[in-house]
Design a protein around this ligand. Structure first.
Ligand SMILES: Nc1ncnc2c1ncn2[C@@H]1O[C@H](COP(=O)(O)OP(=O)(O)O)[C@@H](O)[C@H]1O
Ligand SMILES: CC(=O)OP(=O)(O)O
Ligand SMILES: [Mg+2]
Length: 374
């Protein structure tokens, strides 16, 4: 079965064709996103189905076939993922128009975290707010984490059920998840993908009291505030350069003190979240890094890992490599791995599962029809 996978992230749109579980074509767009879907559809032969990544699926626990009703429901979640959800909706709408008759499946980042323990899922806020607004930690990057966990189990030759690990997804968005026996038990992103470590252009967690102070001293509307926290903060906001860590590092090396501080804060906050995730587990069997930064910028992974001796982590010098691998030194009490983010494979699995369910529903309906006739 050929699945076209479309993964709109905050800094790129990635497409892949996955044939019977194996990726056979890739493409990525960092700009001109409006042309990206047309390009992707024209580039490869007609697929059996299309899978689209949606970061927010609310309380949805598994992928679903995209219908007009599903689109309307996902549209309501736009305010909870303002820099991702509109793009995914746009991609799904375009692909349905361009490929009528080809099933489109929505796969959700949030699904992997749908069964978080209560203590991790709840915010200590007034009960009425929580009920009225369905406030909870949804968690994101679930498709990436789910793949990284499976790949880690393969590389360590251990069953997923037995592994307790921390997975840091370090891309334009950054999150840290604690996974016990293949299930998410805590994660740094929350009600929206704004909580947690500092990110490319997102602030990550900040003191809510600080926001109250800013709102009093320099009043602004919710849209302006959202713009500042989602697009003008993080590495970009602190350094005054860009959200790309490679560029911020280059600016720091050229003597830009703001850029140097931005990298320090970024690394510090990521370590802090890894420590917090580790204590949500009974023991730490592995620490896994995935995402664009983990893949392309090993110096950042090494720098983060060097500060994690308290967790029994030891990592030496690292070179860039395309291979998924264990990067910890021989004496490390905890294996550390870098695994390429493969949301494409997870998206294809989701689409295949939905199509298989639809196939068996049709089969059940036909069998029921026949027995009624008899
Ligand atoms: N070819 C590359 N060389 C160096 N760094 C890269 C490269 N590609 C991606 N990155 C790093 O990864 C980040 C994007 O990560 P990614 O996981 O692809 O983001 P997203 O999926 O959110 O768009 C970039 O900001 C950059 O820091
Ligand atoms: C959830 C999220 O932040 O995704 P991305 O890193 O792809 O922007
Ligand atoms: Mg991404």
């Amino acid at each position: 079965m050929r699945i076209l996978t479309l993964n709109p992230g905050s800094s790129s749109l990635k497409a892949a064709v996955v044939h019977d579980g194996v990726a056979v074509g890739w493409a990525a767009w960092q700009s001109e996103m409006s042309r990206a879907v047309v390009d992707a559809v024209e580039r490869w032969p007609l697929p059996d189905a299309v899978a689209v990544r949606f970061v927010h699926g609310g309380t949805q626990k598994s992928p679903v076939l995209v219908t007009d009703r599903v689109v309307a429901n996902l549209d309501r979640l736009v305010p909870l993922a303002p820099i991702h959800q509109p793009l995914s909706l746009d991609v799904a709408r375009q692909v349905r128009d361009l490929l009528p008759g080809v099933p489109v499946v929505a796969c959700f980042d949030t699904a992997f975290h749908a069964n978080l323990p209560d203590a991790a899922a709840h915010y200590p806020l007034p009960r009425q707010w929580t009920r009225q607004n369905r406030l909870r930690r949804y968690g994101f990057h679930g498709l990436s984490v789910q793949y990284a966990v499976r790949r880690t189990a393969e590389l360590l030759r251990r069953p997923v059920d037995e592994l307790q690990l921390v997975c840091a997804h370090v891309g334009a968005g950054v999150s840290v998840t604690a996974v016990r026996g293949g299930r998410s038990v805590d994660t740094s992103m929350g009600f929206t993908p704004l909580e947690g470590p500092a990110m490319a252009t997102r602030s990550g967690s900040i003191d809510p009291g600080l926001l109250l102070h800013v709102m009093k001293t320099a009043p602004m509307g919710p849209d302006e505030l959202a713009d500042a926290l989602c697009l003008r903060s993080g590495l970009a906001g602190m350094s005054g350069t860009s959200g790309d860590l490679g560029e911020v590092r280059a600016a720091a090396a050229a003597g830009n003190a703001d850029a140097a501080l931005a990298v320090e804060v970024y690394v510090h906050r990521l370590r802090r979240e890894i420590g917090a995730a580790a204590v949500s587990l009974g023991r730490l069997d592995a620490l896994v890094f995935t995402g664009g930064v983990a893949h392309y910028q090993p110096e950042t992974v090494a720098e983060v890992a060097h500060g994690l001796g308290v967790l029994g982590v030891r990592v030496g010098e690292l070179a860039q490599s395309d291979a998924d691998r264990v990067i910890s030194s021989a004496g490390s009490a905890v294996p550390v791995l870098v695994v390429r983010a493969r949301e494409d494979l997870e998206l294809a699995r989701g689409a295949e599962a939905v199509l298989a369910d639809l196939g068996s529903e049709v089969h059940r309906a036909r069998t029921a029809d026949r027995s009624e006739v008899r």
